[in-house]
Ligand binder design. Structure first.
Ligand SMILES: NC(=O)c1ccc[n+]([C@@H]2O[C@H](COP(=O)([O-])OP(=O)(O)OC[C@H]3O[C@@H](n4cnc5c(N)ncnc54)[C@H](OP(=O)(O)O)[C@@H]3O)[C@@H](O)[C@H]2O)c1
Length: 247
């Protein structure tokens, strides 16, 4: 019997694979039979992810996605792809009155512009197969209006718009484009923010289904990359344990 959720024989690129959600996504995709190219900036952490992958023939490529030369080289060295998970991202919490416009640029460069630039590079080098699936990791921040998240939230809202536009442009090629919006998940992303253990535990009660894990996002990614979602494009899948129900 054919398993519509299988990723066997699919070649997938995962950005942000050296840490947090992207690392677990890479590990889970390899368990489902995908052959991966994983990327990030930190060589040591990326190597650890590579060592954790199931199966063989995976490759890791170091690249800062905001550096156009490194981005080009990443696209060149990548195989022709059946899927891409755009997971790299950064966060900063700051009330609007204190928001420094250069940090605003930095967040947009990583969370939005570099994602689009990566897609463009892959497209121009003909690395995106017909019927490929592109999955962007967005955030419920884009729609939940939490104070002090303007730069981060708008960068993710921009991703949500880009997903719909790309889905519309690429549907004629059979390429699907979707995003996943996770709720708060404990990862290194939040280490240098006010979100310490205590705040996290207080926040957990806002999630009707309890705190989420990287694996919850990874399972949604598997679905959107697999043939099981072949009729789904241009959507944002909220993975938040019911948080938005109470907003
Ligand atoms: N954690 C949450 O609560 C949460 C909730 C909703 C959405 N998200 C989204 O999920 C994604 C992953 O977040 P996470 O929590 O897993 O964060 P994380 O543990 O800090 O991982 C971030 C990843 O992005 C990579 N990255 C950052 N800047 C980069 C750049 N300029 N070039 C290349 N790679 C870069 C990092 O690479 P290096 O390690 O090599 O620097 C790392 O692999 C992000 O897009 C985030 O916005 C997270």
């Amino acid at each position: 019997m054919i398993d519509a959720f299988s990723l066997h024989n699919k070649k997938i690129l995962v950005t942000g694979a050296s840490s947090g959600i992207g690392k677990i996504i890479a590990e889970k995709l390899s368990e489902k039979g995908a052959t991966l190219t994983i990327t990030g900036r930190n060589e040591l952490r990326l190597r650890t992810t590579l060592e954790n992958l199931n199966g063989e023939s995976h490759q890791s490529l170091i690249a800062d996605l905001t550096n156009s030369t490194e981005l080009q080289s990443l696209a060149e060295k990548t195989d022709r792809l059946d899927g891409v998970v755009f997971c790299a991202g950064i966060v900063q919490y700051m009330p609007v009155k204190h928001l420094n416009l250069s940090s605003f640029d930095e967040i947009f460069d990583v969370n939005f512009k570099s994602q689009i630039a990566l897609y463009q590079q892959l497209h121009s080098k003909k690395k995106i197969s017909q019927h490929a699936s592109l999955v962007f990791i967005s955030s419920i921040s884009a729609v939940s209006a939490v104070p002090a998240t303007l730069a981060y939230a708008t960068s993710k809202d921009a991703i949500n718009s880009a997903v719909r536009i790309l889905a519309s442009e690429l549907s004629k090629l059979g390429v699907r484009v979707n995003s996943i919006s996770p709720g708060l998940i404990e990862t290194p992303l939040l280490e240098n923010t006010f979100l310490n253990k205590e705040v996290f535990e207080k926040n957990a009660v806002k999630y009707p289904l309890g705190p989420g894990k990287c694996e919850d996002v990874a399972n949604a990614v598997i679905f959107l990359l697999s043939d099981a979602s072949r009729w789904i494009t241009g959507t944002d899948l909220i993975v938040d344990g019911g948080y938005m129900l109470r907003q």
